[in-house]
Design a binder for this molecule. Structure first.
Ligand SMILES: [Zn+2]
Length: 496
């Protein structure tokens, strides 16, 4: 017994002796070396505890952790990388947290409730803007009693300038939550207000905010809510207002400058401090994939920052990539990731034009979607394509598609519900999947496979990330409630 134990111990010792002096063969491995570099960078990060002169929040609507992952891989692949290793602009920021996005009455949130949480610091009901949860959605009579102050209103009182940007309509839920108070997100113009409703429509509230100096720069879509029904805009589209008011004319009369296409946008004098309203579409601005004759989100971000930087007391700027959400609703992954890239480019632009010493930049989403990712796909697999196998002898994906039990390939990205449902009405909702090729799946107009049939894919209640850089950015870590983001912005702007 004793002898065999000693033999065993000797074997054990000899097997560990190679590493006894701390020798690590992996020290020459690139993965190890990169992680050592990352460790040193992390250890050098110091919290910045000065007052934030400027606060910028960038919200990609519907860009949860899953959607953001798709954009990361896609942008990497467009740059010739395999993709998974790529780092988006905001993923370089030193601070990060996870955000709980539910509304007071909804496990699956909507953008009105989530926008109010971020811009006013309170969770509220789904579908309402700039009001607390005491209000019953749609009841105009309760607005006055339920109003909460927006960060735009609060920081304007401190002398800061304010900008609001969205690729959706400027009267849409997320941008509206920066400046408006409404019993319903759909009250975008007067024609949607119920009989006897005493609150002002959202477009009128934006006009009033610009006249009062609460909003100084606004870029986005939604022209139709600012002009009368009987009138056609520069692109031949009719307005929606039934009160005959032309809010664009009223704003111009009050001294604001109006731009409506890329040409007039580029001609803006950004040194002038006269308010600017840019309305580049009748409804939402175009998807990045289809964009022509309109500025990009990064171009709008640059122009707004340059215009707002004229105020020595600083500025607050809310920027929304509104259409990542819409492409997810359509189940169209190509437009999700191309608008996702446009968002990351806007983040990069904001970071380039400001200093972490005086500007807090927060990058987040309002909610996630019912998006999911299939496996097991090999490395570098086109993220909008079908799932190819793993090459056990190499790195890049194999030439053999993964298949389901039905013998058919499937896409990497899928949705739990949506227009691409495999359950078919013409077959009495029995499932039927066709064959699909990489070429078909990566077509920009392809609708990704989904399970439950719905004309519009839904949001989900899953967490989103918040990335931050600049003064007090380190307060954004851990798992937080969404309304906490407002408190961090206000703290940073008011720190002694
Ligand atoms: Zn949505």
């Amino acid at each position: 017994m004793k002898k065999s134990f000693l033999t065993f111990a000797a074997v054990l010792m000899s097997s560990t002796v190679a590493f006894a002096d701390g020798h690590m063969p992996q020290k020459s491995n690139e993965w190890y070396k990169n992680a050592q570099t990352a460790l040193k960078e992390r250890m050098a990060v110091q919290p910045i505890t000065k007052r934030a002169k400027n606060v910028i929040i960038l919200i990609a609507d519907g860009n949860g952790v899953g959607t953001n992952y798709a954009t990361r891989v896609y942008q990497g692949q467009t740059m010739g990388k395999l993709g998974e290793e790529h780092v988006l602009a905001h993923e370089n920021f030193p601070h990060l947290g996870l955000v709980k996005t539910y509304n007071v009455n909804a496990q699956t949130p909507d953008s009105a409730g989530t926008g109010t949480a971020m811009h006013s610091g309170v969770k509220t009901k789904a579908g309402v803007i700039g009001v607390d949860e005491s209000l019953n959605r749609g009841d105009c009579s309760q607005v006055e009693g339920a109003k909460v102050a927006t960060i735009a209103e609060l920081l304007t009182k401190q002398g800061k300038s304010v900008g609001v940007i969205s690729t959706a309509r400027l009267t849409h839920a997320t941008p509206a939550s920066a400046y408006a108070h409404s019993a319903d997100r759909n009250f975008e113009d007067n024609s949607k207000l119920p009989e006897g409703c005493t609150q002002k429509d959202i477009a009128t509230q934006l006009m009033d905010a610009m006249k009062a100096g609460t909003v100084d720069v606004a870029f986005g879509g939604g022209r139709r809510h600012f002009i009368p029904k009987a009138m056609k805009d520069q692109e031949g589209k009719s307005g929606k207002r039934t009160d005959d008011k032309n809010l664009i004319k009223e704003l111009e009369a009050a001294g604001a400058r109006y731009v409506w296409n890329e040409e007039s946008f580029k001609a803006l004098d950004l040194k002038s401090d006269k308010p600017i309203i840019g309305l580049f579409e009748s409804s939402h601005m175009k998807y990045e994939h289809d964009r022509a004759g309109e500025p990009s989100l990064a171009q709008m971000t640059e122009a707004a920052i340059k215009a707002l930087q004229g105020n020595e007391k600083g500025f607050f700027l809310s920027i929304e990539a509104g259409r990542v959400d819409h492409a997810n609703h359509d189940g169209n992954a190509h437009r999700v990731v191309t608008d996702g890239i446009a968002f990351a480019q806007a983040v990069a632009k904001a970071a380039d034009l400001t200093s972490p010493e005086d500007t807090l930049i927060i990058v987040t989403a309002d909610h996630e979607h019912a998006i999911a990712f299939n496996g097991y796909c090999g490395r570098g697999n086109p993220i909008t394509g079908i799932c190819m196998g793993i090459d056990k002898n190499g790195v890049k994906y194999s030439d053999k598609p993964q298949t389901g039990k039905d013998g058919k390939p499937y896409t990497v990205i899928g949705y739990l519900n949506g227009a691409g449902s495999v359950l078919r009405e013409d077959m009495n909702w029995v499932g039927a999947r066709g064959d699909i090729t990489m070429e078909q799946a990566t077509d920009p107009d392809y609708t990704q496979q989904a399970l439950i049939p719905r004309s519009s894919e839904t949001h989900s209640g899953e967490d989103v990330a918040v990335y931050a850089r600049g003064p007090w950015a380190h307060l954004l870590n851990g798992t937080i409630e969404q309304n906490y983001i407002f408190n961090v912005m206000m703290h940073a702007a008011n720190a002694k």
